[in-house]
Design a protein around this ligand. Sequence first.
Ligand SMILES: *Cc1c(COP(=O)(O)O)cnc(C)c1O
Length: 367
Amino acid sequence: MSLTSAPESGLAPLEFAVSRNLHTKSDAERAELLVDPQFGTTFTDHMIDVCWSVGGGWHRPRVQPYGPLALDPAAAVLHYGQEIFEGIKAYRHADGSIWTFRPDANGRRLQRSARRLALPELPVEYFIQSLRELIAVDGAWVPSGADQSLYFRPFMFAKEAFLGVRPANKVGYYVIASPVGAYFKGGAKPVSIWLSEQYARAGKGGTGAAKTGGNYAASLLPQAEAYEQGCDQVVFLDQDRNVEELGGMNIVFVYKDGTLVTPQSPSILEGITRDSILQLAVDRGHKVEGRSVSIDEWREGVASGDIVEVFACGTAAVVAPIGVLKGTDFIDEQPLGELALSLREELTDIQYGRREDTHGWLVRLDG
Ligand SMILES: *Cc1c(COP(=O)(O)O)cnc(C)c1O
C-alpha cells in the first residue's frame, strides 16, 4: 500500500478568476457558526468551480460565491450517476497557520476514482491548488477549537446534457468546504455495528474501490436497517463472507500478539486514515497485515480472545472503536483496548501540529 508519491511536476498552475461573495458572513456571524458546527450543515462563503471538456481540457477555473449550480435536467450525472468525490480536512495550528494532511494521496485517489468512473483525471497539482485557492478566500473559516477542522468536499460529475449512455464530454470539478467539530461528542465512544447479511456495498469488478456516490446510495438501505436494529453503522461482507468495510470507514482488527490486520480486497476503498494509522503502528513496532478476514475469523477471534480490539477509521470520525457487532441471530460484545485511541491521539497530534510530522504528511495551505 503506497498512497504517497510526488505529484507530476512541471505543470503550470491554473489561473483562477476570483469573484467575491458580496454577502460574505460577518466576523460575528462566522464566529457564531464556528462555535459548534454540525458535520456538513454549514458552508463557507465561496466554492471552486472548474470545467472540463473533450478537446478543451481543464478550463474556466473559478473561485465564486457558494451557491446553487444551474444544471440541465438532462445532465448525465442525474441519470447515470457518473460522479466521484473526496474528503480531506484543513487544520489550524496553534500559531494560526493552516495545514492539510497528505493531499497528494487524496489527489491520487481522485484520479483512480476518475479512471473507474470514466471521468477525466484531475492533475494532483490542480487538486492541491484548488484547496489553496479556497483557503485564500475562506481561510477565516478554519476553526481553532479542540478537534475542529474545515472539511473539504472536492467532487466531480458529468454535466453534459445527453441521455445517451457513454462517458460525458462535459464535466465539472468543484470544491466546497464545511467547518466541523468533533465527530463524537464527549469523546470517541464505542460504536455498535450491524452485520448486513442481505446486502453488499460492492461486488467483484464493481466500483467498491472508487469514492463514488453510487456506493453510498447502495449503502443507505442497509444503513437504515442498522438504525432499526439500534446500531450506529453497518459492516459489509463480500460474496465469500469476508469482511469488507463499513459504509464509509475502513476496519482494523488488533490481535493479542500486537498484529494489526485489515481486510485487503479490490472492492474496498483504500482509506488514507487507515494507511496513516497503520504506518504509525509500524513505527511503534507493531506488525501489520492486509489480508482477507472472514466473519467467522472475526467472531471466533473475539470469542477466543485472539482479537483484542476492533476499530473503524476514516477522515470524518478519525478512529471509532467498535463496541458491539450485531447480526440476525447474535450480539457479540467487542473487547475494548487502548491502542485505537492512542493511535488516534498520535495521528491528530500530528495533524494539529502538536507532534513532529516525521513522515512529511502535512502541507501548508495558507501564505
Ligand atoms: C472515504 C472512505 C473511507 C475512508 O477514507 P479516508 O481516506 O480515511 O477518509 C473508507 N471507506 C469508504 C467507502 C469511503 O468512502
